[in-house]
Design a protein around this ligand. Structure first.
Ligand code: ZN
Ligand code: ZN
Ligand code: FE
Length: 755
């Protein structure tokens, strides 16, 4: 075959992870001449050779690509002949509006950890990185990914770093944030008037403070953490008071997997997830009680491993095997990234602020994940995942999904990719909304995104819905609204690449239904285009509206009153013991007079009611506390179940609640009751799936909504449905909770546009 010049276009996640040097080394090994270049639309490789050799080269790229990369496609085209007498890496140039991907932040690699002990200019350098690891998304201002477009632009490389950066065979070849003790950003400790910048002194002081029970603010990859010794209940209590977070569990960073294993159980999949380059928080089952105040009442603990070089340095210095690391903010505001703001806001509450002088440009929280059965799921999609796209086979270009309210997010369609924003927190205050808007502006610019169609929730009061309306008005583009539970199922369908009709179980706290009422226990036959609500949970009054969400005891009374009427006063449940007749009468009054007691068909509220009746939770201090406590209470040795009633399209849990009360009267434990309750929901889903299979001939089930973060329920229902021959889909890249709504909206928008 004749030699010619070929152009290879590599698309996917191929920038910022040492891809060009990898191509260079591959070309050297194969004695090929040509060049490689980063472009907006991917990595372009030009090579002289026969088509046969070029195709072999293509295979080698696919087989040996760097760990954190992900190649979508490699196209080969013959071009006009160019004479090359070597192989080189050429300067990036902006060529088009088709943007390639931006790498998420990558945990420090083992080679860099060893360099911290061996490379003279990087001994203990706590911001060490290389082409395989280090900050990416958090420091990028624009594409293409070059140092001048990152927050490292203000640091001049020293000669040593420069020579590594330019040496193709070096691991830091074209590592944009490359730095060392001589030329890079540095850490700084501040407490009162005390300032330490020398790293060993800084680590020693930090260690002393943590061992003494102190609270510290430490700058992380995507924002500040508030940190204390996870094994010191007194420190944890102080931290909790500072965060104004009554019961919301804290995540814990363990020094090593082995030390974590003393406190939690983990299987191979969980271990792999903990150790992955994303280094997310993984929800793991506790072995026994952990330090009071960290995750009280829950059977799980959110665990992560060190991911910044500084974390490794710190754990070397201290005797403490575990640190609470919670996002640095007060109550529900976004995580702080500004050094000035951190100093101002934290200094009077903490015993020291530890920062470094490299700016965090893009804010991001730690991600939260869990293994359910044999599936890995993302619960909070952020660091390590953002902004990797979710690849689909649909045409999504120009569509924007603006998400819901709780666990906010937006999602942009670029070609076949769904690009999700990071988790922005609950869109209920101005600070969170500002973060959302700022992220939107930045994503639009970085990804060269121009909205052509915007899709929002039905709820008129969500900030995300209003934003959609404003944007549509401003740009004169269509705005459509997708029903919340339809979007939950569509998100799962999109990720699985499923088309046609499916059986959808959409179970969550709440979302506005197309009848104007609050939904959340929905069984629907769903396609992207439409949904048919075949069954739903019975509407139950929410006495006090939103207050009933914060106070599950009200939900308990609501259920009992619907079933027992005034006789509920004579029941002997923990709920009856905890609240006096006057309190109960007041709630009854709201329902009788129908004052602020709207009916909802919510699964979350059913969990709340059972958690309240069994005495597990009367007041909710964080979202889904009742359901989480109920799940944690499950006694797995209990095999029994409860019954439910189906009248037409209505699913009633009245018989179930009666049995719960009977069991309480017979002294059955909350653990057994919780297990039977979960089993009843599983039986219900299996029963309805079989019914719909009969009536509609459908065999595929998609699970959506926050209820499916319940590991016990989800694992079992998938298992049982699979035994019955159903194909069951649970999203794993997209959060099953409301953060995933924006993706479902995108899917609905795409199919709406096609019609
Ligand atoms: Zn590295
Ligand atoms: Zn240097
Ligand atoms: Fe939802």
């Amino acid at each position: 075959m004749k030699a010619a010049t070929y152009k290879l276009l590599v698309t996917g996640l191929v920038q910022g992870i040492g891809f060009r040097p990898f191509i260079y080394r591959l070309a050297m090994e194969n004695h090929l001449f040509g060049c490689v270049e980063n472009r907006n639309d991917g990595v372009v490789v030009m090579l002289n050779g026969t088509l046969e050799r070029i195709e072999k080269f293509r295979t080698r790229i696919l087989d040996h690509a760097p760990l954190a990369s992900s190649v979508d496609s490699i196209t080969i085209n013959q071009i006009e002949s160019i004479i090359f007498d070597s192989f080189y890496i050429s300067q990036s140039e902006s060529v088009s509006h088709h943007v390639t991907e931006i790498s998420p932040d990558i945990a420090v690699c083992p080679d860099c950890i060893s360099d911290m002990e061996n490379q003279s200019h990087r001994i203990n350098y706590p911001l060490i990185n290389c082409t395989h690891c280090g900050p990416r998304f958090t420091i990028i201002r624009d594409l293409p990914y070059d140092r001048s477009h990152t927050t490292m632009s203000e640091f001049r490389m020293c000669d040593k770093c420069r020579s590594e950066y330019e040496e193709v065979m070096d691991r830091r070849f074209h590592a944009q944030p490359v730095a060392c003790n001589r030329c890079g950003p540095v850490y700084r400790f501040e407490a009162g008037g005390e300032i330490i910048e020398e790293i060993l002194g800084l680590l020693r002081r930090t260690g002393e403070l943590l061992s003494g029970g102190a609270l510290l603010a430490i700058k992380g990859t995507g924002g500040y953490h508030l940190v204390c010794n996870a094994l010191n209940a007194h420190s944890v209590k102080k931290l909790r008071e500072l965060k104004k977070r009554d019961g919301k569990p804290f995540a814990v960073m363990f020094r090593t997997i082995e030390e974590a294993k003393e406190y939690v159980v983990m299987n191979k999949m969980e271990e792999k997830l903990l150790n992955s380059w994303q280094r997310p928080i993984v929800l793991l089952t506790k072995k026994g009680e952990f330090t009071e105040g960290v995750a009280d009442g829950l059977n799980t603990l959110g665990v992560m491993l060190p991911y910044m070089p500084f974390h490794h340095c710190l754990f070397k210095e201290i005797d403490i095997p575990a640190l609470v690391m919670t996002s640095g903010n007060f109550s529900e505001e976004p995580i702080l990234i500004s050094d000035v703001a951190a100093r101002n806001q934290f200094h009077e509450f903490v015993d020291g602020v530890i920062s470094y002088n490299r700016e965090i440009y893009n804010r991001i929280d730690d991600s939260v994940t869990a293994v359910i059965g044999d599936r890995t799921t993302v619960i909070r999609r952020a660091r390590g995942f953002t902004p990797s796209p979710i690849r689909t086979r649909f045409h999504l270009e120009g569509i924007l999904g603006t998400g819901a309210e709780l666990s906010g997010s937006f999602c942009m369609g670029k070609a076949g990719n769904a690009i999700m924003s990071p988790y922005t927190g609950d869109l209920k205050n101005l600070e969170t909304y500002d973060f959302y808007r700022e992220s939107f502006d930045r994503f639009s610019r970085m990804f060269r995104f121009t909205p052509e169609l915007v899709v929002s929730d039905l709820h008129p009061d969500y900030l995300s819905t209003r934003f959609a309306g404003e944007l549509a008005g401003e740009l004169q583009i269509p705005h459509i609204k997708a029903q919340h539970h339809h979007a939950h199922i569509a998100a799962g369908m999109l990720e699985a690449g499923v088309e046609g009709e499916v059986i959808g179980f959409s179970l969550d706290g709440t979302g506005l239904g197309s009848d104007g009422r609050g939904w959340g226990g929905e069984v629907m036959v769903t396609s992207y285009e439409e949904f048919h609500r075949l069954f739903h949970f019975e509407y139950m009054p929410l006495p006090g509206g939103d207050r009933a969400v914060q106070e599950p005891w009200r939900m308990g009374i609501a259920y009992l009153y619907q079933i027992y009427g005034e006789d509920l006063l004579h029941l002997r449940t923990p709920l009856n013991t905890a609240f006096n007749d006057a309190q109960v009468q007041q709630i009854i009054g709201l329902m009788d007079k129908e004052i602020n007691a709207p009916g909802v068909s919510s699964a979350g509220r059913l969990f709340d009611a059972v958690a309240a009746i069994t005495g597990l939770n009367f007041y909710s201090t964080y979202q889904a506390e009742g359901p989480m406590l109920l799940e944690s209470a499950v006694d797995p040795s209990e095999a029994g179940s409860y019954s439910f009633e189906i009248n037409g399209s209505l699913i009633s849990f009245r018989p179930l609640i009666r049995k719960v009360v009977d069991d309480i009267h017979h002294g059955i434990s909350a653990g057994n009751i919780a297990a039977k309750f979960h089993h009843a929901l599983i039986d219900l889903m299996v029963h309805l799936s079989l019914e719909i299979k009969k009536s509609h001939g459908l065999n595929r089930v998609v699970l959506g909504g926050g209820t499916f973060q319940n590991r016990y329920l989800t694992k079992k229902v998938i298992h049982k449905l699979e035994i019955e021959g159903f194909q069951v889909y649970l999203p794993h890249e997209i959060p099953v909770n409301d953060q995933g709504i924006s993706v479902g909206q995108l899917a609905i928008g795409a199919h709406h546009r096609n019609k």
